[in-house]
Design a protein. Sequence first.
Length: 130
Amino acid sequence: MDSVATRTAQRFLKAVTALEKALALGALPENADRDAVLLRFELAAELMPKVLQRILSERGADVMLPKDTVRAASAASLITGDDGETLLAVIDDRNRMVHDYSDEYAAELLKRVREIYGAVLRTLADAVQQ
C-alpha cells in the first residue's frame, strides 16, 4: 500500500479498536455507554469505505461512492459477499443515525453493532493490515 492507503488503514484500525473498547464498557449513566459505542461506530463506518477505496485505487479501480466502493471490494474479493452485504447495511445505518435521534432506533442500532457490525468491521480491519 502507498502511504495514503497505509495511513487510512491505520486510522480505520484505530477506529475499530476504539469501537471495541466502547463495546466493552459496562453500564454508564444516561445511556453514555450506548452513545459512546454509536459515536465510535459512526467513525469506523465513515472510514470503512475510504480504506477500501484507497486499496481499490491502488489496483486501478476508480470508485467514489461508499456503496459502490463496497460492491467493488466484494467484486475484487477484498471482502466476502456476506461481509459486503453487512457493510452496505453499516453504511445505511450510519446514514440513518445522523438523522434519526429516537431512543428506539439507537437501541436497535446498538444491538446490531454489538451482535454483527463490530465483528465484521474487525475482520475488515485485520484484513487491510495484512
